[in-house]
Design a binder for this molecule. Structure first.
Ligand code: DGL
Length: 269
């Protein structure tokens, strides 16, 4: 008989970005309970030092582990690039990062092996995507660009419009010049801007939104470990923000719909 486990899956990010992963998880596995933590007190992570990123990330992981989660999804590329060892040291549950699934998807769909990567300053500086891509496909060519203004735009609720367009054109120009055939959205905030990104890159460039990949990977790990929730009943959803929970709630509802009824405040100590 298959084993089942009703404990929740924990998901965290610096802010709204990880909700793109949360949405994909909820769509693929509606029966799983999900607890989300948005570190709105410290967003953006992308301009922080590796030490600070590791400290914030492991504090959140410990908080979620104390809430009884069975698995943690680090729905933040910046934390995945810099903080996985610290998180894995801090908690004893399985931890899934976002870089490897995105790199794998990009190599799979790229026709010419010319892969662009956009992400936060810290993610690009880490070289984590380039390393993951070259491990999977040695001969792949990569071109990376940091896009530091995208996260504040998304957190502000500016997901389209003239200013987003102008910033996008400027950031993506080197990638267009490099003629990448695939573009990894290497920050979980960027899928909010997907229509603009797609328009600027043009129809021949495949965009990799790793949310779906991560959801599939999470499904695989839960199944493998015998940790899936019983089917039939919808799982519960719980939200925490480390600052301004009402503001977070307003924007989270725009993303996920009216199902976000309450966001708990959980200030850092
Ligand atoms: N959404 C996060 C990421 O995937 C963090 C962005 C930030 O806070 O700078 O990298």
């Amino acid at each position: 008989m298959a084993r089942v486990n009703r404990q929740a899956v924990g998901v965290f990010d610096s802010g709204l970005g990880g909700l793109t992963v949360f949405k994909a998880l909820a769509r693929l596995m509606p029966e799983e309970s999900l607890i989300y933590f948005g570190d709105t007190a410290h967003v953006p992570y992308g301009s922080k030092s590796p030490g600070a990123i590791a400290r914030f990330s492991s504090t959140i992981a410990i908080f979620l582990a104390k809430r009884g989660i069975k698995l943690l999804v680090v729905a933040c590329n910046t934390s995945s690039a810099w903080a996985l060892p610290a998180i894995r040291k801090a908690v004893k549950i399985p931890v899934i990062g976002v870089i490897e699934p995105g790199a794998r998807a990009a190599v799979r769909v790229s026709r010419g092996g010319r892969i662009g990567i956009i992400g936060t300053e810290a993610t690009v500086k880490s070289g984590a995507y380039v390393k993951a891509i070259k491990t999977i496909k040695k001969g792949a060519r990569t071109e990376s660009a940091a896009c530091p203004l995208f996260v504040p735009l998304v957190e502000e609720g500016w997901w389209n419009g003239g200013i987003v367009d102008a910033v996008t054109r400027k950031y993506l120009a080197p990638l267009k010049r490099a003629r990448v055939d695939t573009l990894i959205l290497g920050c979980t905030h960027y899928p909010y801007l997907k229509p603009v990104l797609a328009r600027v890159m043009g129809p021949r460039v495949r965009l990799i939104d790793s949310a779906e990949e991560i959801a599939r990977k999470t499904y695989g790990v839960l199944s493998e470990l015998g940790l899936r929730a019983p089917r039939g009943r919808r799982g519960r959803r719980e939200f925490y923000a480390s600052d301004a929970p009402e503001r977070f709630k307003r924007l989270a509802r725009r993303m996920l719909g009216p199902g976000v009824t309450r966001v708990h405040a959980h200030p850092f100590d």
